[in-house]
Design a protein around this ligand. Sequence first.
Ligand SMILES: CC(C)(COP(=O)(O)OP(=O)(O)OC[C@H]1O[C@@H](n2cnc3c(N)ncnc32)[C@H](O)[C@@H]1OP(=O)(O)O)[C@@H](O)C(=O)NCCC(=O)NCCS
Length: 167
Amino acid sequence: MSKPHWRHARTTDLDAISAIAARIHPDLPERPEVFAEKMRLYPDGCYVLVAGDEISGYGLAHPWIQQQIPPLDGFLDRLPDAADCLYVHDVAVLPDFRGGVARVYVAEIEDLARSSAITTLALVSVYGTRPLWERLGFLGVAPDAALRDKLSCYGESATYMLRELTQ
Ligand SMILES: CC(C)(COP(=O)(O)OP(=O)(O)OC[C@H]1O[C@@H](n2cnc3c(N)ncnc32)[C@H](O)[C@@H]1OP(=O)(O)O)[C@@H](O)C(=O)NCCC(=O)NCCS
C-alpha cells in the first residue's frame, strides 16, 4: 500500500468524503451539501487523504470567529469578514490509515493560517479526542453558558479547543 498523503479536495471527492463521514460519525450526521459548501467557500482548507487510488480520510477547515461554533449539519452561508481563527471542522481518517496523518493535516492548516495572518486555530473535540488535540498543541476552553449551548449538538464529551500559533 502506498503511503497516504494529503491533497486539496475536489468536488468529485464529495461522495468519498460523505461515505467516510457516515462511517466514522454515525451519531453526528451531516448532509453532503454541507460539506460541499465548505469546499466551495474555502477550498484552501479542505483536503483528502489519498492512498493509492483510495480516499481514506478528509480534513475540513475554514476561517471563523473564536468562541463561535457553526452548528452541526448547518450551512455557513458566508465566511466572516473579520475572521480571527481557522476553525477545523473535522478530521476523519479510516482506521487502517491512521497514525501521524492528523499531525500532517494540522501542519498544513497552520501554514495556511500563517499565510492568511491568522494566529489561532480552533476546533471542537469529540469522542474523547481531547488528549490527541492537546498533543497537537490545542488547549481546552472552559465554556460559558453560551459556548456550552453551541457545543451541545456535538455530544456530551465535546470540548472547544484553541491553539495559539507562535511566531
Ligand atoms: C482523529 C484522527 C483523524 C487522528 O488521526 P491520527 O493519524 O491517528 O492522528 P496522529 O497520529 O497524527 O495524532 C496526533 C498526535 O496525537 C497522538 N495521539 C493519538 N491518539 C492519542 C490519544 N488517545 N491520547 C493522546 N495522544 C494521542 C499521536 O501519537 C500524535 O502525536 P505524535 O505525533 O507526537 O506521536 C483519527 O483518530 C480519526 O479519524 N478519528 C475518528 C474521527 C474523529 O474523532 N475525528 C476528530 C473529531 S474532533
